[in-house]
Design a protein around this ligand. Structure first.
Ligand SMILES: Cc1cc2nc3c(=O)[nH]c(=O)nc-3n(C[C@H](O)[C@H](O)[C@H](O)COP(=O)(O)OP(=O)(O)OC[C@H]3O[C@@H](n4cnc5c(N)ncnc54)[C@H](O)[C@@H]3O)c2cc1C
Length: 294
């Protein structure tokens, strides 16, 4: 295999500045390469000894085709290299997906938002990944590419099926995430994102909650509720969604739904918050979202 040869830092065999998807996939080869996007997870993990690189570090930061946001009537497509700042600065996207804009707004600091990519947020597969939550609510699909012989082969999988455990996903080691796409919602929609933490940003979520639904006559339909940091993977609260679906939002339903959600999630307790506190936050966020509708 011929790789573009940039002189590598001593610890890596190759440092590739990929300029096309094919080149990045070729460099991933048999899966022994490591993709570098914004580096906001990767460098920290390397410094902490959590992550060791394969023989090739593949820098995709010059891959322009992964940096595009395209907004059509039927599909919104975010290239994997789209950053949180790109999301925040796109007013049209903010109107279509306000929950995603809110998640980007609550994400880290402006310095991190300038480099942190949407593809990296998915690929890192943290149970607390913020940008993932609103995209789960939008039934997003993940586009993946790999080299099959000499051609690039792609597949799409629902975001909800992407994660398999903390730091783990169905992405094969030789696959590059190329985009995250979703269908824009029609009509009047509820779309909120909540994130805990004593500061507005720069906090790993103790709990995050996203909700998207269509509103008509005080009833919610096509309800999607997703939560971060309450389970080993970003979590869709399908039982609570089903309870709310098509129902008139009143005090009784809000009480039942928040009780239901607290039962449905399985948070752990750690230094950032006890399991009780996480359940309490999840209930509070759902209560706030539903009370606003009521
Ligand atoms: C100070 C600080 C604050 C943070 N705050 C938040 C926060 O508020 N919310 C939050 O969710 N996260 C936060 N993070 C984590 C991090 O910023 C995000 O997860 C970010 O989205 C990662 O994107 P990246 O482009 O930097 O990924 P990188 O660090 O470049 O890569 C992360 C992982 O994904 C892989 N990867 C990246 N892109 C692709 C791709 N296209 N295809 C396949 N694999 C790929 C890499 O190989 C690596 O394993 C924070 C990190 C720091 C250091």
């Amino acid at each position: 295999m011929t790789l573009p040869q940039n002189q590598s830092p001593a610890e890596f065999e190759y440092y590739v500045n990929a300029t096309s998807i094919e080149e990045a996939c070729r460099a991933l080869g048999d899966g022994t390469g490591t993709i570098l996007a914004g580096g906001s997870d990767l460098w920290v993990q390397k410094d902490e000894g959590v992550k060791t690189f394969g023989p090739r570090l593949i820098n995709i930061s010059r891959l322009e085709e992964l940096a595009e946001i395209s907004i059509g009537n039927d599909q919104v497509r975010l290239g994997a290299r789209v950053t949180m700042t790109d999301i925040l600065c796109n007013n049209e996207l903010g109107k279509i997906a306000p929950g995603l804009a809110e998640a980007a707004n609550r994400f880290a600091s402006s310095q991190i938002r300038n480099v942190a990519t949407i593809g990296g947020n998915f690929a890192n597969a943290s149970p607390a990944a913020d940008a993932v939550i609103p995209l789960l609510c939008l039934d997003a699909e993940i586009e993946l590419a790999r080299l099959d012989g000499n051609a690039v082969a792609t597949r799409s999988i629902p975001a909800v099926d992407f994660f398999t455990g903390p730091g783990k996903s169905v992405r094969a080691a030789d696959e590059l995430i190329t985009a995250i796409s979703f269908k824009p919602r029609d009509g009047k929609s509820l779309a909120r994102f909540f994130k805990s933490g004593p500061r507005p940003a720069l906090e790993i979520s103790i709990v995050s909650l996203g909700i998207v639904a269509d509103i008509s006559d005080g009833k919610l339909s096509n309800v999607r509720i997703a939560l971060g940091a309450v389970a080993p993977i970003p979590f869709r609260a399908r039982k609570t969604e089903a309870l709310i679906e098509g129902q008139k939002i009143d005090d009784n339903l809000i009480a039942a739904a928040t009780d239901y959600l607290a039962e449905e999630i399985s948070p752990i307790g750690d230094v950032r918050g006890s399991a009780w506190y996480r359940r309490h936050l999840a209930r509070t966020y759902l209560q706030e979202a539903l009370t606003n509708v009521a």
